[in-house]
Design a protein around this ligand. Structure first.
Ligand SMILES: O=P(O)(O)OC[C@H]1O[C@H](O[C@H]2O[C@H](CO)[C@@H](O)[C@H](O)[C@H]2O)[C@H](O)[C@@H](O)[C@@H]1O
Length: 248
């Protein structure tokens, strides 16, 4: 798959817009709790939501409560935890999988598995767990081996590679499924889907957007099936602002 190099066309007002969070709306930071919200992001999202008649969704690997702590007044739909949870009204959170997960045991097992490597950060989530090795990338193999063992010990959980991290999420979930589900729901249905994201977990969602006649926008470097590419979150913000001025 060749990486795309084209900048995307400005958005029209009849698209359904799906945006990833880390590496897309905000720059990647040393730790999950260290991201910085760019100036103007809240207003940009509000204006897009109005212009698209509500057809705006955040689709993230983070859980919804975490996303809410960064974007407390985000006006659109939120799909969190790689599609394992969904909030259509921004308040009520629905579980979007049928795995019977003992999440407390999963978190405890993950912490125990890497307890001798304090530089590996354990991120507990309501539907899974992430191990971050950004502080010491030489521990990647250790983190991945620990997660493979945890996946065997917690049936129904599958591996999700991320940037300098490895995660476990419920089988049958995924960002692609979240986009498909939303495209069958007002106000998204009947619109042309556009998905912007930076990571492996976003590829299936971009594939869905393109299968529905829309397009994906890959943020940053790396192989992607997206039709278009922008270099970083700042370029994404500029493209969204151009769209607000001239299209959407
Ligand atoms: O789907 P996303 O919104 O892109 O979320 C993917 C994961 O993002 C977070 O981890 C990543 O970003 C951190 C902050 O920039 C960075 O320190 C880390 O190395 C990245 O992997 C988040 O912590 C995960 O829960 C998300 O699944």
């Amino acid at each position: 798959m060749q990486p795309s190099v084209l900048s995307p066309p400005v958005l029209s007002a009849d698209v359904a817009l799906f945006l990833d969070f880390d590496g897309c709306l905000v720059d990647i930071a040393p730790r999950p709790d260290a991201v910085e919200i760019p100036h103007g992001l809240f207003q940009r999202l509000d204006r897009l939501h109005d212009r698209l008649n509500g057809a705006l969704a955040l689709v993230s690997g983070r859980d919804i409560a975490d996303l809410r702590s960064w974007l407390p007044d985000f006006p659109g739909v939120i799909a969190g935890s790689h599609g394992a949870e969904l909030s259509l009204d921004g308040t009520t959170i629905q579980k979007a999988h049928d795995i019977d997960l003992d999440v407390a045991a999963l978190h405890a097992d993950a912490a125990q598995a890497v307890s001798v490597h304090p530089s590996i950060l354990v991120e507990p989530k309501p539907h899974g767990v992430a191990l971050h090795y950004r502080a010491d990338p030489s521990l990647r193999a250790v983190a991945e081996a620990a997660m493979r063992r945890l996946a065997r010990a917690h049936p129904g959980m599958i591996l999700q590679p991320a940037k300098m991290a490895i995660e476990l999420r419920p089988a049958g979930t995924g960002k692609g499924g979240a986009v498909e589900r939303l495209m069958a729901t007002p106000p998204f249905g009947g619109r042309t889907p556009v998905y912007a994201g930076d990571d492996l977990t976003d590829e299936e969602a971009m594939a869905v957007a393109q299968a529905y006649g829309g397009f994906g926008v890959k943020i940053g470097e790396g192989e992607s099936l997206a039709f278009y590419r922008l270099p970083d979150p700042s370029a994404l913000a500029q493209w969204l602002d151009r769209s607000l001025q001239g299209g959407a």
